[in-house]
Design a protein around this ligand. Structure first.
Ligand code: ZN
Ligand code: ZN
Length: 219
């Protein structure tokens, strides 16, 4: 058990097969990206190419997700969020880049803001690193347009408590450009409350369309 755990923490063993070389080898990367297709981000049911089914009512218009948070993806995200493996953002970012389509050239990439206490704990803001990497690789604008109004952490909160916190959590700082697509990037979606209210905050501030790109959806 300990040995298993250590092999995931060590930076140069594949989270999928354990082979030495990279956090995720090409083979395991391929399996993740090409196994998971067209599932509604909000409810998890099969859907068309928008990433959302017809019955879910969410403020964002399109959604992309690399996969469910289990197995390899679960280990990779866990490594990134909780084990201080700072460099894992490139591996997660590459998975996201293989999942999202080509965006219009004026698209603006926004990280979902992380609770301050988590940033202090880790010494880096994992969502900022991830979103900035995606923007850079696609040659798109990156802006930290959203801030968190509260510093409450969500890791142990109940679903209704998370919902209440999320509603009051976001503020837009800076100017919204009309008719420009805004893409919110996050590593994990748990209840969906965070991404919902972050999208709503952008729309309330005048954004015409908000899209969402997530690495792992809570299975
Ligand atoms: Zn592998
Ligand atoms: Zn749905």
């Amino acid at each position: 058990m300990i040995d298993n755990f250590l092999s995931f923490v060590a930076p140069h063993y594949c989270c999928g097969c354990g082979n030495a070389g990279a956090l995720l080898c090409d083979n395991c990367k391929y399996n993740i990206v090409y196994e998971f297709k067209n599932v509604c981000l909000a409810c998890g049911k099969p859907c068309g190419t928008t990433g959302l089914c017809n019955t879910c009512r969410v403020p964002y218009a399109r959604a992309w997700c690399v996969g469910q948070r289990r197995d390899v993806l679960q280990r990779l995200v866990g490594l990134y969020k909780f084990e201080r493996a700072r460099s894992a953002y490139r591996t997660l970012g590459d998975l996201l880049l293989q999942t999202i389509p080509e965006f219009p050239s004026d698209t603006i990439i926004i990280p979902v803001p992380t609770a301050r206490s988590h940033v202090w704990e880790r010494g880096y803001d994992h969502t900022v690193l991830l979103a900035r990497y995606v923007a850079k690789c696609r040659n798109l604008r990156f802006e930290q347009l959203l801030t968190r109004a509260t510093s409450t952490t969500q890791r142990h909160a109940s679903a209704s408590e998370r919902n209440r916190q999320a509603k009051a959590a976001f503020a837009v700082k800076g100017e919204i450009i009309k008719n420009t697509p805004y893409v919110l990037v996050d590593d994990v979606m748990t209840t969906g409350a965070t991404i919902k209210y972050a999208s709503q905050a952008l729309l309330d501030a005048g954004a015409s369309q908000v899209w969402v790109a997530i690495v792992a959806r809570h299975a």
